[in-house]
Design a protein around this ligand. Structure first.
Ligand code: NAI
Length: 338
């Protein structure tokens, strides 16, 4: 099948090429949007990433130029209007699992860099300032770690934290049967907020989790708490987070995702003025560590993403069932939180 790949970055192209098999691939580094949708004319299948816009008007345009299949090169599908796709007869599938370890290990890396002040240490060393006075961190051993979302990534993170000797609390409407092996205690969301020294977010962004970390949530957290978000920016109310950080309601934040990251992350913006003041204020804070949505970026994960994407398209081409096909019905919430 001919496949048009939006938001194709040099880091992933060798992996996509290797897994392409019989497919003919054409790349663009442009994001999918109303303006770029017509570029898919002549392609039955496209593959998109998290910064692409697959909202209703864009899907209409894609359908009009003959697109029938959209492979998401991501786990998250909060950027896709599934109901509209279904109504237009466009098939959508994600990559439900590639390497949960990639994301979990990045979350741990961010925690340790912030906690042990590795960034400051490097800067001081470059100045030949070997004093330790500004570099005191804390042991993770013995701390209470709260995990929001104990799916694949949340459990991989829990396993590492268990190895560190932390006590693990979790909040998830669906309890993971493997949680007891790591002595994870499921608690109400407010209890997790009140008791945790470290909180890591690993739930999807949907109507239940949008702004789960709200003004009220930050008021409930310990002042020494470090919040890690490698899930989706919209789970956190960013203005409330900034206020909480600036007023010492929490002690730090590790953010691989940001509510308004579209148009910032994945781009080369060198030399350009950054107009998003919420972002620049966060970036300026020493107690905040930001990475640009790179938690997935390991060779193993890129191989997994490329392989599943190409296999999905091959299944569509041959008429075989696609295990990771997304429909609105299976993604209706089966629960209510709190
Ligand atoms: P998963 O589907 O295995 O696990 C998600 C868990 O969240 C499930 O256990 C589910 O029950 C739980 N959940 C759903 N609603 C919840 C709520 N209201 N409160 C608490 N928990 C809730 O997904 P996986 O693979 O662990 O990925 C999690 C998220 O990580 C993805 O949805 C995606 O947004 C994000 N992600 C980020 C990446 C990055 O590079 N930063 C890469 C891959 C995924």
């Amino acid at each position: 099948m001919r496949v048009f790949i939006y938001s194709a970055h040099p880091y992933e192209q060798p992996f996509l090429e290797k897994e392409a098999c019989q497919h003919e691939i054409v790349y663009t580094n442009q994001r999918l949007s109303l303006e770029t949708a017509s570029r898919a004319a002549g392609f039955e299948a496209i593959a998109i990433f998290t910064a692409d816009d697959a909202s209703a008007p864009v899907l209409e345009k894609l359908a009009a130029v003959g697109v029938r299949y959209i492979a998401l090169r991501s786990v998250g599908h909060d950027h896709v209007d599934l109901a509209k796709a279904q109504a237009l007869g466009i098939h959508i599938a994600n990559v439900p699992e590639y390497s949960p370890y990639a994301v979990a290990e990045h979350a741990v890396a961010m925690l340790m860099v912030l906690n042990r002040k590795i960034t400051e240490s490097r800067l001081l060393l470059q100045l030949q300032d070997y004093r330790l006075d500004l570099l005191t961190g804390f042991d993770v051993h013995g701390k209470i770690v709260g995990i929001v979302g104990t799916g694949k990534i949340g459990m991989a993170f829990a396993s590492i934290m268990h190895g560190f000797g932390a006590h693990i609390l979790a909040f998830d409407p669906v309890q993971n049967p493997d949680a007891s092996a790591l002595q994870i205690s499921y608690v109400p969301f407010d209890t997790l907020l009140q008791q945790s020294d470290i909180i890591s977010i690993h739930c999807p962004l949907n109507e239940h989790t949008k702004y789960l970390f709200s003004w009220t949530a930050f008021n409930n957290m310990k002042p020494e708490c470090i919040l890690i978000n490698t899930a989706r920016g919209g789970v956190i109310h960013t203005k409330a987070l900034l206020h909480a950080l600036e007023n010492d309601c929490i002690s730090g934040a590790c953010l691989d995702v940001y509510e308004h990251e579209k148009g910032i992350f994945f781009q080369d913006l060198r030399g350009q003025t950054m107009h998003d003041t919420l972002y620049t204020r966060l970036l300026a804070l020493k107690k905040v560590l930001i990475t640009g949505h790179q938690a997935f970026l390991t060779r193993e994960a890129l191989t997994g993403i490329a392989r599943t994407t190409m296999q999905t398209i091959a299944c569509w081409e041959s008429g075989s069932p696609v295990p990771s096909e997304l429909t609105t019905t299976i993604h209706q919430p089966l629960y209510s939180i709190k």
